[in-house]
Write a protein that binds this ligand. Structure first.
Ligand code: FAD
Length: 489
């Protein structure tokens, strides 16, 4: 395993009515092709329905509602946030990778709603702010870490203040289509089944549930491990850092706001290889076997926010029964990881598991076929399109893969338009089929920007009664720029 991969790995009803068409081999879920299935269900009418209130979905719903569109958000969990509050350690990245390219200017390339939530978090001590990295510049120039609980709260408040009809604890369970037009979706909660009609829809479910239920084309690559990350409390961060340094194993470091104090370690990683590395072999071997590692961020003293524990499944994470097995194995491995930390890492002797994700996290599930598929060349060459909706400058495989000259590429609107469906957009980890291109577009901050653009477009389309392809790009761009989105080219 190379140095970087080690660093990454050690870082550490069912609504079944009689006409439901289930298609297990394609894992499509429930497609309700006919209106018969919704007979007798309570009907709610909206301009826009956003499915999935995660990283992209929160931004999509807020953006849509702020266009004046009557917007509903359907989220399976009891809170918004998704993988940004469960999977990642640092929000990559609001900036271009200027530190890796001497002479290149530092530029904030993602703003808009993605920045608004950071501004709200800053007011309540819920983020490190945009902290410069002090090592491994060629991976990222800035680390922006968040207090995940406060993020949930601030996201919730943004949705409520924007007038979104928020349905948490509600599962998107089916879709009704007429020809190429999506008419409505079935929501399942303890209120029972309801039918949500709308003019335009946005799929932000990460798994691509809405698109799959709507009959869109997709692939399931199963090209990543799944993960459950845990927060570890009762840790002496400086003591741990000193130990890593003494053992020539210190990796990522960024200094920022922690527990209200400036210039504190807020990102900490370990390198497991190198001739001078003297980390105990029992620790290195143990965490390799467990799929875990040590790269973490923190906003608070005595707390490591995310220790990832990965597990590679044989089948796609849309397979319920395989996921059930993985959920157990990962929880066992989390416990074993904690035991290794306590045994080998000074500063962690009294550590305990303070939080885990409610269910395993995926790096991708279904990839939905859209009108345009962003290629690796687009990303690396820093290409821009005549329908850009945002700019982005980070690649998760840096320094092996980087965007040319520390610049940005554009995410085009057509990459969010679900193929063969008139009124469905997609945003988040569910776009971009190429593995390495996806390693850029799937990152949190890119997903947020896509979400804002998809929500803005859906709001405009629904209010003007347009299909997604009829929307005038210059109208969309004007709105996005007015809402502080940075678009290049
Ligand atoms: C372990 C891990 C570590 C990562 N580390 C980083 C990192 O350090 N930095 C970084 O920038 N990125 C990181 N990423 C990537 C990034 O976090 C994700 O790609 C991104 O957050 C995905 O956003 P999304 O909106 O597509 O999905 P999500 O944020 O997962 O949102 C999907 C939402 O849809 C809901 N949902 C799903 N199905 C349904 C349904 N049928 N009905 C109702 N609701 C539904 C879910 O509950 C969820 O809230 C990491 C990802 C993982 C898994």
């Amino acid at each position: 395993m190379d140095r970087r991969n080690f660093a990454k790995s050690i870082m550490i009803t069912a609504i079944a009515g009689p006409q439901v068409i289930a298609n297990p081999p394609r894992n499509r879920g429930n497609i309700l092709e006919s209106g018969e299935d919704i007979k007798g269900l309570p009907v709610r009418e909206f301009d826009v329905v956003v499915a999935g209130g995660g990283t992209a979905g929160v931004m999509a719903a807020v953006a849509s509602a702020r266009q004046g569109a009557k917007t509903a958000l359907i989220e399976a969990k009891g809170y918004p946030g998704g993988t940004v509050v469960e999977g990642g350690t640092a929000l990559h990245s609001y900036f271009n990778l200027w530190k890796a390219f001497p002479g290149v200017e530092k530029r904030q390339v993602v703003k808009g709603l993605a920045q608004e939530i950071i501004d709200r978090l800053l007011l309540v001590g819920g983020t490190t702010g945009h902290a410069d990295t002090t090592t491994r510049y060629n991976y990222d120039s800035v680390c922006t870490a968040i207090d995940t609980e406060l993020y949930k709260l601030k996201a919730f408040e943004m949705l409520a203040e924007s007038g979104v009809f928020i349905c948490v604890n509600t599962l998107l369970a089916g879709a009704v289509k007429k020809g190429s037009r999506l008419e409505g979706v079935i929501a399942q909660s303890r209120l029972g089944r309801e039918y949500f009609k709308a003019g335009c829809f946005v799929d932000c479910t990460a798994y691509g549930d809405l698109s799959a239920y709507s009959g869109a084309d997709f692939i399931e690559l199963n090209d990543h491990p799944v993960c459950n990350s845990m927060g570890i409390g009762n840790v002496e961060i400086e003591k741990l850092y000193d130990f890593l340094k003494v053992n020539n194993a210190s990796g990522d470091i960024a200094l920022g706001l922690r527990s209200g104090k400036e210039s504190q370690i807020i990102r900490l990683g370990a390198e497991g290889t190198g001739s001078k590395n003297t980390l105990p072999e029992g620790f290195i071997d143990g965490i390799r076997q467990l799929g875990s590692g040590l790269i973490t961020t923190t906003v608070h003293d005595n707390y490591l926010m995310f220790i990832k524990v990965n597990y590679k499944m044989d089948k796609s994470p849309t397979n319920r029964d395989e996921v059930a097995k993985a959920e157990l194995i990962i929880r066992q491995n989390q416990y074993k990881t904690l035991e290794l930390f306590k045994k080998y890492l000074p500063g962690c002797e009294k550590a305990f598991i303070a939080r885990t994700s409610p269910s395993l996290n995926i790096r991708r599930g279904r990839t939905i076929t859209c009108d345009y598929d962003i290629s690796l060349e687009d990303v690396l060459e820093g290409r821009h399109f005549d329908d850009d909706i945002m700019a982005y400058g980070f690649h998760d495989e840096a320094p092996r893969l980087q965007i040319r000259n520390g610049g940005t590429y554009g995410v085009p609107y057509k990459a969010l338009i679900v193929k063969n469906i008139e009124n469905l957009l997609a945003a988040g980890m569910l776009i971009t089929s190429n593995h390495s291109a996806h390693m850029s577009t799937r990152n949190t901050v890119c997903c947020m920007g896509q979400g804002q653009a998809a929500g803005t477009a859906a709001g405009l389309c629904a209010v003007k009664k347009y299909g997604t392809r009829e929307l005038n790009y210059s109208d969309l761009r004007k709105k996005l720029e007015k809402d502080n989105v940075y678009i290049e080219g």
